[in-house]
Design a protein around this ligand. Sequence first.
Ligand SMILES: Cc1cc2nc3c(=O)[nH]c(=O)nc-3n(C[C@H](O)[C@H](O)[C@H](O)COP(=O)(O)OP(=O)(O)OC[C@H]3O[C@@H](n4cnc5c(N)ncnc54)[C@H](O)[C@@H]3O)c2cc1C
Length: 284
Amino acid sequence: MIPAAFDYLRPSTVEDAITALSEAGDDGKVLAGGQSLLPVLRLRLAAPALLVDLGGLPQLRGARNEGHELVIGAMTTHAEVAASPLVRQHAPLLAQAAASIGDRQVRHRGTLGGSLAHADPAGDLPAVAVALDAQLVVAGPSGRRTIPAGEFGVDFFTTALAADEVLVEVRVPHLHHWGAHYEKFHRTAQAWAIVGVAAAVRRENGSIAEARVALTNMGPKAVRATGVEQALTGADATAESIAAAAARAAEDTSPPSDLSGSADYRRHLATVLTARAVRAAAGI
Ligand SMILES: Cc1cc2nc3c(=O)[nH]c(=O)nc-3n(C[C@H](O)[C@H](O)[C@H](O)COP(=O)(O)OP(=O)(O)OC[C@H]3O[C@@H](n4cnc5c(N)ncnc54)[C@H](O)[C@@H]3O)c2cc1C
């Protein structure tokens, strides 16, 4: 289908983008890579009167280090995230997950900010941001505010962003001496995750000193597997301890049932994939 008619604006400053969104109210929508928004418009699931294209804002693109944080612009594409030497060095979990998204075309158009703002429960990057304790910087009419990744996703396709706010950058604390892995289970190479697990682990003297585990598609938004994290902390870094901790992966989750799998199947997958992700992160 052809989308409903809309006005189009391509501002050259973030401030102009925010002004346009403020004036449009609920009739305005940010356009990033268009990989999720354009299908929505074509299916006429949304009909915004104004699209504010962030494509003319190179200041929102690329990665840099600031102190102990990696700062990635919201308009950085998945392909750029996956290939960035800085991201690969300081947040390899994010680079690995970005490389697993869709196909080449999607990775070259879709953006980090777009994935987080779209908040698709099957999207890979929200769980990665949660596992990395990323901070999301949002600009609006009254300035900038920072939202922890764990509080950014609110519900199914819903975030803490207001209609006149723009996600401008993602700040990821450097994790030195941690191992990390994203384990994604999908039917075909380019399909969305049926379930995904983002794991980061710090080992110390044969034990797991700290662990962070977050789940994709196990509920309306990315969730932290806190039971698994608790069980891993202080546990021996062995396959047996990891399997015992991973058995708690589905606690407090509400996975969907759909054509790709039932909720029970997803609960089972979560335990298997968590064990794989944590073992890989721990190098076992
Ligand atoms: C065939 C196909 C396969 C895919 N496979 C996967 C997959 O395996 N894993 C995966 O995670 N994703 C997948 N995707 C989705 C892809 O990752 C998209 O890039 C992502 O969901 C949206 O990013 P975008 O830049 O295209 O955003 P857009 O489509 O432009 O925008 C999406 C939404 O976010 C809002 N938005 C975008 N940027 C901002 C911002 N900076 N501030 C505020 N609001 C903003 C928009 O208003 C819109 O509501 C796939 C997409 C396609 C088409």
